[in-house]
Design a protein around this ligand. Structure first.
Ligand code: 13P
Length: 331
């Protein structure tokens, strides 16, 4: 582990006024998003769509790093250049999602455990040799009747810690993503309680495995009401409770925090982040690592048609610009 490399990469990822672009949807997830718009789910269409994203004019003004799916990491653009080399050429760090997905957790109905640790050391060494600078692993915590179980939280956080340690061994900055899902009718107070329990466990596991905190990025969900809750908390409450929850649970020397959007609307995702950044006593950089809140409106416009490409890129650029502005409290 080279701490200087890890710290420098994390600082580059967290540089103001930028954030991260998550474009690492697995093929099944991408298929779902395409199917909703009747875009044929082919490898070539995924490639075309990702080329549209990365060639968006001025993207690097707002984005410091892009998280890729394995397929994209090895794919070429229509010019023949590899995506990962193109990103580097425009000053966007290439990153890679390395988990193998959230699978049913044995003997725990409605809960998930993320797989992918077997062979991970070798896969990471290969990605690093091909130019990846950071990685992502997502654990999923579901709120529901009698869940999450303690064992689901512990197992997912332990996997996140083992992944993070292997990343650092290979000089790759780990993004650790414990997503508490927004789905459900739970209150913001319940989300707060579960997020606190998850983060407490996560940092216990990371500390126990001797992680180097300045070389880690946390990618949390916000403390927010369930999407089916009838009295959802307002922007200010979400921002305040999220920051309080993070301050109470995260070490001050953490490399940075970059939220997922998790099904929030575009306006929610940017307004929440903007209000958080009005608080100037936060010990870390707090920015975004959004997929849907940057991409979805552009995908809706693209519809798989070349003739819509430029209009879709304008929409993507505008979403990236607004996310960037909110990452410094200047929305
Ligand atoms: P969303 O911003 O769409 O939640 O995606 C972020 C992500 O990377 C999920 O793993």
């Amino acid at each position: 582990m080279n701490k200087e490399i890890l710290k420098l990469t994390a600082e580059t990822m967290m540089a103001k006024p930028k954030g991260l672009l998550a474009m690492d949807e697995s093929s099944p997830t991408c298929a779902k998003r395409f199917a909703a718009l009747n875009i044929p789910e082919t490898e070539e269409n995924r490639r075309r769509y990702r080329e549209l994203i990365v060639t968006t004019p001025n993207l690097a003004d707002y984005i410091s790093g892009a998280i890729l799916f394995d397929e994209t990491f090895h794919q070429k653009m229509s010019t023949g250049q590899l995506f990962r080399d193109y990103l580097k050429s425009i000053n966007i760090l290439p990153g890679i999602k390395v988990d193998a997905g959230a699978k049913d957790f044995s003997n725990h109905p409605n809960e998930k455990i993320t797989e992918g640790l077997d062979g991970l050391r070798e896969r990471l060494a290969n990605y690093e040799s091909l130019g990846a600078k950071f990685c992502k692993w997502r654990g999923v915590i579901t709120i529901g009747d009698q869940i999450p179980s303690e064992s689901c939280i512990i197992s997912n956080c332990n996997a996140l810690a083992r992944y993070a340690s292997l990343c650092q061994e290979n000089n790759l900055v780990p993004i650790v993503e414990p997503e508490v899902l927004i789905n459900g009718n739970h209150s913001i107070e319940v989300c707060d309680k579960i997020t606190r329990a998850t983060l407490k466990c996560l940092f216990e596991q990371l500390t126990a495995i001797n992680i180097y905190y300045p070389g880690v990025i946390l990618k949390p969900s916000m403390v927010i009401s369930g999407d089916k809750n009838e009295k959802r908390a307002d922007y200010q409450t979400v921002a305040e409770m999220t920051i309080k929850c993070l301050k109470d649970n995260c070490p001050d020397d953490l490399g940075g925090i970059a939220f997922l959007s998790g099904g929030q609307s575009n306006d929610e995702a940017t307004n929440h982040l903007n209000i958080m950044n009005a608080d100037n006593k936060i010990p870390w950089r707090v920015t975004f690592s959004y997929a849907r809140a940057i991409q979805q409106s552009a995908l809706n416009k693209w519809y798989g048609e070349d003739s819509n490409q430029s209009a879709a890129q304008d929409i993507l650029a505008e979403r990236a610009r607004l996310c960037s502005a909110s990452s410094t409290g200047n929305l």
